[in-house]
Ligand binder design. Sequence first.
Ligand SMILES: [Zn+2]
Length: 79
Amino acid sequence: MARISAHRIAFQCPECTYQMRQTLGWLEVNHIITCPGCGTTIRLNPDKLVESVEAMEQAFERQPRAIQIEPRMTPVKVR
Ligand SMILES: [Zn+2]
């Protein structure tokens, strides 16, 4: 979990589309964010946050395999 909590996610202010970045660990303890762009208070839905964290975890689980670089095994045909 520690590595996931340290992962930064980007999200947009619904009012001014100002893009913010926070770590998942920060978002888990701070459910209310004041937008630096327009000052709007954004209340994060904890249920949705948990969902997104879980989705993130799953993405993390999948990621190493997804980005795995396979050695080039293209057979070179030499006749
Ligand atoms: Zn804003």
